[in-house]
Design a protein around this ligand. Structure first.
Ligand code: ME8
Length: 535
């Protein structure tokens, strides 16, 4: 669509909206951190960027959790959404929208979407029989379930083969969406957009799944089964299926239904990236594009699907209670350390094992011993003046210097390439590698020995390159560790308006300015203190 002047389409990234049936865990923190890094990265590139996160509050699962707690569903949700919002705040997620699906603007968007589907003939009523998993909020075909045994109690039950979650036989009248009619259009879309789902292995599995067959989808439940949800327009006996309701959240906050023609894009649609876990690929990569295609709405550009955090070998999950409390983790290690650890070690393709000793190890190696140590060595030593060295240094001297310069010049575009591939962990590792290289360069160059007047030029050059490495890496690390990198750039005296990606160029800043916080004095000058002092 042609944008009216002054309404540039912002970069729009979303996290999943979380079920409020139980408290958040480290898996939710991870997905939030990845989403936030993407938003902040695009802001670093100088773009207007929007992030949407929130809570998924309808459906059988929430209805049952509320009943179990003896509360009505609304009261239950009004309380239980809060920890998710608090987590996003404590994790320093820079969200623009926090959606709760129980809010009126969302209900309006979902009912409008339904009416459009109905008007275009995509919905029909019929009898539905099948196995429903409340935990997964989905029907499974006969071929997708098997008999399972609860070892603790000896109870036998039917369960999904895919997730192991209990299923219940249901036979009811409800509304269906003609998804099967979209099979060819979906396959064509996947073929033409091989980057739609990242990583590529999940895209391949998806294509196989759709090729194997696509059923029509049940998109409502009888109100006597499911009352906590959005009513089907003009039929009070049915409630809209929670996944149709939930997926539309991404549109609600982009101002759907787009009532001012030409302004669709100004609030962000189509989303540039949905960040999700691999557990909800089918809903986002098949159902969601199918719903959008049915209404000729633009599809999201990309979907980043990440793997899971495990404890031992088991997936961290609300329903099993195998979890790490993210608030404790942030309290213990600090928010920047947790963001660093999760981004660096979290799996996109493969699951990752969560362990406190790994966090401590990465902190010591990367942050304390790597970045923190480099900053101290360069800025706290009295034998030179960083600001003057940066201003005075002119020409590269010697091979070692040239090598260091080339590394620094190549870094921003390498990191940017990794971010374009939707691989924040890779970008982070590339930046950290330069920090390790700079430490080695500093060590090899031994600037503390260069105290004769004839060494001055050489000394300035070394300090200049080290300081530039800190400035460039610090600038590129802002999306990963916003608080610590603000502190670092303040310490270095980098102006507030010189902290963008375009400033991360070697030699572009020859006057750092007066440091805003003291360099090299007392505890304030220490960026990453020993962890024990956190407790
Ligand atoms: O599925 N490791 O909500 P949910 C990494 N409401 N990430 C994990 C994880 C783990 N062990 N466990 C959960 C829902 N996650 C729906 C979504 S969106 C329109 C509706 C993350 O509360 C991961 O992103 O079960 C996963 O997809 C999401 O939390 C599931 O959260």
């Amino acid at each position: 669509a042609v944008l009216p002047s002054g309404t540039e389409k912002p970069y729009y990234v979303t996290s999943p909206i979380f079920y409020v049936n139980a408290a958040p865990h480290v898996g939710h923190l991870y997905t939030l951190v990845l989403t936030d890094i993407l938003k902040r990265w695009h802001a670093l590139l100088g773009k207007k960027s929007i992030l949407c996160t929130g809570t998924d509050e309808h459906g059988m699962k929430i209805q049952r959790a509320a009943a179990k707690s003896g509360q009505d569903a609304r009261t239950f949700c009004d309380e239980s959404y809060k920890p998710f919002e608090t987590l996003a705040r404590e994790a320093q997620v820079d969200w623009d929208h926090f959606i709760r699906t129980s809010e009126p603007d969302h209900r309006f968007a979902v009912q409008h979407f339904w009416l459009m589907l109905r008007e275009r003939g995509w919905i029909y009523a019929s009898k539905h029989e099948g196995w429903y998993s409340v935990s997964d909020e989905t029907f499974y075909p006969e071929s997708g379930v098997q008999l399972a045994l609860d070892r603790a109690t000896g109870r036998k039950f039917m369960a999904s083969k895919e997730t192991g979650k209990e299923v219940e036989w249901t036979s009811e009248n409800n509304y269906h969406f003609r998804m099967s009619a979209l099979k060819d259009q979906l396959l064509k879309f996947y073929r033409e957009n091989p980057q739609f789902v990242v990583p590529h292995t999940r895209m391949k599995n998806l294509v196989k799944e759709v090729e194997a067959g696509l059923q029509d989808l049940s998109i409502s439940r009888p109100v006597d089964r499911l009352s906590w949800g959005i009513p089907v327009p003009d039929d009070a006996s049915q409630t809209i299926y929670v996944w149709l309701d939930a997926l539309i959240n991404y549109l609600t906050k982009a101002n759907y239904p787009f009532q001012i023609p030409g302004h669709e894009n100004s609030a962000g649609w189509p989303a540039d990236c949905h960040v999700i876990g691999k557990d909800i690929v089918r809903f986002h990569c098949i159902y969601w594009p199918a719903f959008l295609m049915a209404l000729d709405l633009p599809l999201p550009k990309q979907i980043l699907t990440h793997a899971h955090w495990t404890l031992g070998r088991e997936k961290m999950s609300k329903s099993t209670g195998v979890v790490v409390n993210p608030f404790f983790a942030i309290n213990r290690f600090g928010v920047d350390c947790m963001r660093y650890y999760l981004a660096l070690e979290g799996g996109i393709k493969d699951d990752a094992i969560y362990e406190n000793s790994f966090i401590i190890d990465r902190y010591k190696k990367g942050l304390q011993g790597g970045l923190g140590n480099l900053v101290s060595r360069v800025t706290r030593y009295k034998g030179w003046n960083v600001r003057q060295a940066v201003t005075n240094s002119h020409e590269p001297i010697g091979q070692l210097n040239e090598d260091m310069s080339s590394l620094l010049m190549a870094l921003p575009s390498e990191a940017s390439k990794a971010m374009d591939e939707l691989d924040p962990g890779k970008a982070l590792a590339q930046i950290m590698k330069i920090i390790y290289e700079t430490n080695a360069y500093f060590q090899l160059s031994a600037p503390w020995d260069l105290n004769k007047p004839e060494d001055k030029e050489r000394l300035d050059r070394i300090i200049y390159l080290c300081a530039e490495s800190i400035r460039i890496c610090g600038t590129l690390l802002q999306p990963f560790m916003p608080s610590k990198m603000k502190q670092l750039l303040d310490m270095l005296g980098v102006a507030d308006d010189a902290r963008l990606y375009s400033n991360a160029v070697l030699g572009s800043d020859r006057d750092y300015g007066e440091p805003k916080s003291p360099l090299g004095t007392g505890a304030q000058g220490v960026l990453f203190p020993p962890l024990s002092s956190h407790f």
